[in-house]
Design a protein around this ligand. Sequence first.
Ligand SMILES: *Cc1c(COP(=O)(O)O)cnc(C)c1O
Length: 352
Amino acid sequence: MTVQRPLMIVDIAQLLANVEALRDRLSPAQLMLVVKNDAYGQGVEPVVSSAARRGVEWFGSFDVETGVRTRAAAGESARVFAWVTADRPAIEAALEANLDLGVGDASFLEDIASVSAGRGARVHLKIDTGLRRNGVRPEAWADFVGLAAELERKGDVRVVGVWSHIAETSDEDDDAARARFRAAVDAARAASLRPELLHLSASAASYARPEFRFNLTRIGAFAYGIRSTHGPQLPDIVPTMTLLAPVIEVREDRVVAGIGYLDGVPSTLAGRVNVGTSKGVSTPLIEVDATTLSVRPWPGVQVGDDVVIFGPGDHGESSVTTLAEAIGTVGEEIVVRVSPLIPREYAYPREP
Ligand SMILES: *Cc1c(COP(=O)(O)O)cnc(C)c1O
């Protein structure tokens, strides 16, 4: 394919195939498709509406604003979970959009209850199982679930879930977090709460470790085919994004491709990775500046060819995680930094 400007191709058909493979594997636990950061750079609306049509029932939006967009794209019957602390106007917007809210501190719970005022806002209580990234500390949990039970009796909230988030970098740490999680669920039940939804793990632990799935799993990276840092590219989980930059100049010592203006290709990748080309050869990336990147010439290169910065297949880096590893970050960072100014082109499955 030849493009005249940078282009991100999003393969929705592949995304849905990944989601289906994951649903099969994780069943009977349900899959919540996480769509934070504009669906990992791929676009909330196309991702959510396609997934909802394929029967995905749960979406995880991070913030309320994305939750409201997700609701609009997913339709009324989907469940949408937003978990970042919000102010009162955002709580009102969340209730109007019928979102489920994740709650990791007592004052946020009280705010939700007072905005809700008898409307029974659905909340999922978050225990901090060790990550220390929002969540109620175990020593404060008994008071917290006591407060939740009182607000539930008044009809202001309905506690439908208990959840946490884990690091997924060491099995031992994750196991310790799971023990804290189970204790928190027991304590919630002892406080007469009846949370029917329990969710702890994201892609990596959900995929590999059945005991982490409970009855709901929050899946982002793997749905988009982004493998874990130092993890394998799983055969049934394929990258969904291809980022192309057109060759605008061929010189003796380098090929220059246009990437727009500060579009988020990290300049630190220069000298550390190979990228692909539309001719199927791989070539070293030698420089990235604000509007161009330069690679070593390849035989027969012409203006109008493409440099494939990442994408599935046998050209270029198939995984954004490979690029990320070269500069000490995670694949998600590479995809979410691709500028929204770069047009997305969507490849949809053929409907039966
Ligand atoms: C981002 C996120 C996820 C999804 O994580 P992946 O590793 O991308 O699957 C799940 N839960 C929370 C709370 C998150 O912030």
